[in-house]
Design a protein around this ligand. Sequence first.
Ligand code: NAD
Length: 264
Amino acid sequence: TQGLLQGKRGLIMGLANDKSIAWGIAQVCHAQGAELAFTYQGEMMGKRVKPLAEQVSSDMLIPCDVTDEGSIDAAFDAVARKWGKIDFLVHAIAFSDKNELRGRYVDTSFANFQLTMNVSVYSFTAVAQRAEKMMDDGGSMLTLTYYGAEKVLPHYNVMGVAKGALEVSVRYMAMDLGPRNIRVNALSAGPIRTLAASGIGDFRYILKWNQLNAPLRRNVTQHDVGKSALYLLSDLSSGVTGEVHHVDAGYNIIGMKAEDAPDI
Ligand code: NAD
């Protein structure tokens, strides 16, 4: 049988290690026949992601720091030189100072507010500008968000504000790029233990709370997110754009603690 991404080429940004959500997405895309390129943040990460890229038959590993526009241009130039066009783009990038992912949001500094918004919101728009030029036959762009955009969660703070802005930017870009048959969507993933998540204060408590109270009574995995990404990146979702799709074991629908959940 043919894979759902057979003959498609995709750029995945935000692979740090084998716990990354980007890795869950990459594995599913590879299994469905996609050809993949990756960007990584810096030399330290480069060593760790090389063997992962090899596992999914990719030899396109490009450094890209999204705080540097020159670095973004260089990365897209490298992909353009090799492939000319791409069919999909995955943006799995966010950052905030972990000292501000605890305590009160109201105490957030200007410097960290700017950095968080730059890396976690603007970077998706910045890469979409470059990717658009490589999607003459249409395409699919995907970013990752979290429920902290919609509701106040402990410690998520400035990252919640950033995810709110990211979700709105998904809708504006969906409108801008729709006439070119480029779809723009987000997956709102439940909490998963990753490098980025380890910066969030009391993350273990959030994981436990979700596991005990989500309708499916479990946490989601990188593989769960990968499979939902496959839907949004492939032709299966040809009529879907501007959407924020929850992959959270149903957690976002609940209004109260589950009756069977023990105290934690
Ligand atoms: P991760 O640490 O594996 O990935 C985060 C990535 O962001 C890393 O690859 C890191 O190198 C990259 N990054 C940070 N600053 C960068 C910069 N200046 N330039 C380029 N890259 C930069 O963690 P993850 O949890 O897989 O995060 C991926 C996405 O998923 C993030 O947007 C995160 O907010 C989102 N998300 C995570 C969870 C969770 O619980 N883990 C839940 C919902 C959404």
